[in-house]
Design a protein around this ligand. Structure first.
Ligand code: SAH
Ligand code: SF4
Length: 360
């Protein structure tokens, strides 16, 4: 390849540049890629890590994504929804630990009862923390009214992964009644309502090519999003995709590395957005999240779902092993790579404020 040095001062990368970054396999070149991404991260968002306590409050889902362990047709898991007071208790625990914000995540549901249930949780958490706790939602495709309702209740960020920016790959990964176009429409609605917008993709999922990933990076840029949460695909046996494709240790290693390269490339290309070092990275490598931070990520999402429910929020193999035993151990892991935690801070992406200023 052309050599990373020659690209360091380039402000607009071409498709070919991105592709060559994603194709790097030599360790010395990889190190240079991560160093460049880290330099850009330092300049645009700093080296503070922001924490989002991840509350996976329900695994009930009305959808059937081919890769996901909590899809509706998986009859082998026990479905749960945490009681409202327990969700609130978890949110308050995060606040007391100084987490700054929480993510409320669950399977997708659109019933009126569900919408009101979530609205009440958001309002209560905001009230009990004097508006200080930041709330991110990751609750799938909803109507404009629902997005607006939850925003007005106090949530200010929304994560909705596009999963892949390729309509034809999307079709291969989802049943016929799951709509790529609607997912895009939802991202636009989320932005219109006023949320900080997050999206992301599955990395290394079957049928995906490097060109698809290059287009994903361009898609993030075109959609002008504020946050990126993406991670390697990990097989779950009891899913159509898991049954069809084997997963070898080599494949897992390759996907992990591709996950790190995607973080680096997105940091180099988008600069001032927030990028999460996701749980899937840590599932594939015990120090995956730290490696993600060193490759350009600046957000981590410690799972705070109670242990007894975790085994049922089993999106993919190996996930329930993840455990941030104490905030103290989390802090020392972060400090071991020379970074600090932004306690009590929301840690919003600078990109969001620039986007808003441009508009107004
Ligand atoms: N139901 C909501 C949020 C919960 S799922 C939604 O789909 O938006 C959160 C994320 O888990 C999904 O966006 C998907 O990218 C990820 N996920 C599901 N199955 C996975 C797998 N097998 N490997 C890696 N990530 C997976
Ligand atoms: Fe449901 Fe989300 Fe899993 Fe799809 S990825 S089956 S919407 S929880």
């Amino acid at each position: 390849m052309a050599g990373i040095e020659s690209l360091i001062n380039v402000s607009e990368f071409s498709k070919e540049n991105i592709k060559s970054f994603l194709s790097i396999s030599e360790q010395s070149e990889l190190n240079k890629l991560f160093e460049l991404a880290y330099k850009i991260k330092k300049k645009y968002v700093g080296t503070k890590v922001y924490l989002r306590g991840l509350i996976e409050f329900s695994n009930v889902c009305q959808k059937n994504c081919f890769y996901c362990g909590i899809r509706k047709d998986n009859k082998e898991i026990k479905r749960y929804t945490l009681p409202k007071d327990e969700i609130i208790k978890l949110g308050l625990w995060c606040y007391e630990q100084g987490y700054g914000s929480v993510i409320l995540q669950s399977g997708e549901r659109t019933s009126k009862d569900f919408v009101l249930f979530v609205e009440d949780i958001i309002k209560t958490l905001k009230r009990k923390t004097n508006d200080k706790l930041g709330i991110t939602l990751c609750l799938g495709e909803q109507s404009f009214d629902t997005y607006k309702r939850w925003f007005e209740a106090g949530a200010h960020r929304y994560l909705l992964r596009i999963e892949t920016s390729s309509p034809s790959l999307y079709k291969k990964l989802h049943p016929y009644n799951h709509s790529f176009e609607n997912r895009i429409k939802c991202l636009e609605m989320i932005k219109k309502v006023g949320y900080q917008v997050g999206t992301g993709v599955l990395i290394g999922v079957p049928y995906q090519t490097i060109e698809d990933l290059v287009n994903d990076v361009l898609f993030f840029k075109k959609m002008d999003v504020d946050m990126i949460g993406m991670g390697p695909y990990i097989k779950h046996e009891n899913t159509p995709l898991g049954k069809k494709f084997q997963e070898t240790p080599e494949l897992r290693k390759k996907r992990f590395l591709l996950g790190l390269k995607m973080i680096a490339v997105v940091r180099i290309f988008l600069k001032d957005v927030n990028i999460a070092a996701t749980t899937a990275l840590q599932t594939l490598d015990p120090t995956g999240r730290e490696k993600g931070l060193l490759a350009g990520a600046n957000v981590i999402m410690p799972i705070v779902t109670p242990q007894e429910y975790r085994e049922n929020y089993f999106l993919y193999n190996g996930k329930p092993c993840i455990n941030d035993a104490t905030t103290k151990s989390l802090v020392s892991r972060i400090e071991s790579i020379g970074e600090t935690i932004g306690f009590y801070e929301w840690g919003d992406a600078p990109h969001f404020f620039k986007r808003k200023n441009k508009k107004g």
